[in-house]
Ligand binder design. Sequence first.
Ligand code: SF4
Ligand code: SF4
Length: 428
Amino acid sequence: MFILLVIAGIALFVRNMRRLRHNIRLGTVVDTSDHKRERLIRMLRLALGQGKMGVRPVAGLLHLFVYVGFIIINIEVLEILIDGIFSTHRAFGFMGGFYNFLIGAFECLALLVLVGVVTFYIRRNVLKISRFHKKELQGSAQRDANIILYAEMVMMSLFLVMNACDYLLQIREVAPYAKVGAFPVSQWISPLFASFSTPVLIAIERTAWWGHIIGIFAFLNYLYYSKHLHILLAFPYTYYAPVKPKGELNNLPSVTREVQLMLGTIEDNGAEEPTPTFGASDIMHLSRTQLLAAYSCTECGRCTDECPANQTGKLLSPRKIMMDTRRRTQEVGENIRKHKGVFQPDNKQLLGDYITPEELWACTTCAACVEACPMEINPLSIIMDMRRYIVMEQSAAPTSLNKMMTQIENTSSPWGYHPSEREKVWKE
Ligand code: SF4
Ligand code: SF4
């Protein structure tokens, strides 16, 4: 049964990761072979080192507990796998003093993870911190956040209960519970179980053991559907994201080519070129890095908190831009899988059906969202690509902008003054 569980858990995880890869590859190809050193340093700083989490120290420290604790405690999974496959009990117990240290450290970390997730739960559901209760987080997103908090609480509790019962069974010298491990936390909860008979203790210990490993596989496979995918994707995203100053906007290659052709700096080789799309109306027009960013977003809302448009009551929320991009990518990916690899038009697109022009035009392009994001995710780049589509493909820019652009075109001045009058106007 255990081996079947492991095979099923891993097979499902591989299937989910293949789906994820397929979805991200729906975006356009970007060259990420440059600046290898800078990319690596950024990944080590932001993903491994949690470099920007300390900006909000309390949340940063709690997140560090959960991050370090959760990763290190999962070393324990290796022992559980060996025990499960070979029907041993505490296979690493032969390490003696070092094993005592490991189990002791795992228990302390499990306690810190519990403190972290319980505090996160209180901040979200009792204190109701405003960024966790914006419109885009209502419903499934809020449920997802809470499911993960419950799952972490349950898994850490099962780990401590398992050890508490093991500790008691070791004292009673029940086979195969040989005296191994140190239990600095669970020995304090063991009195809760001390009155139980040995068979009941074994049953609780085994149930907690199975529950812990089943929980880990369930968690692993739930990731694909959850914002918690960031625990895996923070690393590739911080490596593959473009290396450039935060507010810098890219030139569209399709526009650059058109301009070069007009200026005669490149030759039209007469080859049939596919009609370029200017900007993005759907996820297929976004880059793979932008789609990876959407999957990496933790929905923490720090970007929305800092966004001047959101602060002044506009419809725009940069977090929603990332959430919508991910939802649409999932939808398109499912559509393609259902129709044997071919996308069936569904009369929907990212622009309009998910993200409205009103949201897009509310952006001031200040890049405060990028600065605030712990992973330096860039909602601004998606906003700009979609605006470009509205302007260049739909010619549907707001009237005030059209007027300004015409004036720049005619007089090189957004206010429409003739160049010869600039100084005069300024003096007046
Ligand atoms: S760049 Fe746009 S979305 Fe980002 S913080 Fe500024 S106004 Fe908000
Ligand atoms: S884009 Fe960054 S700051 Fe905004 S919600 Fe996602 S992870 Fe948080």
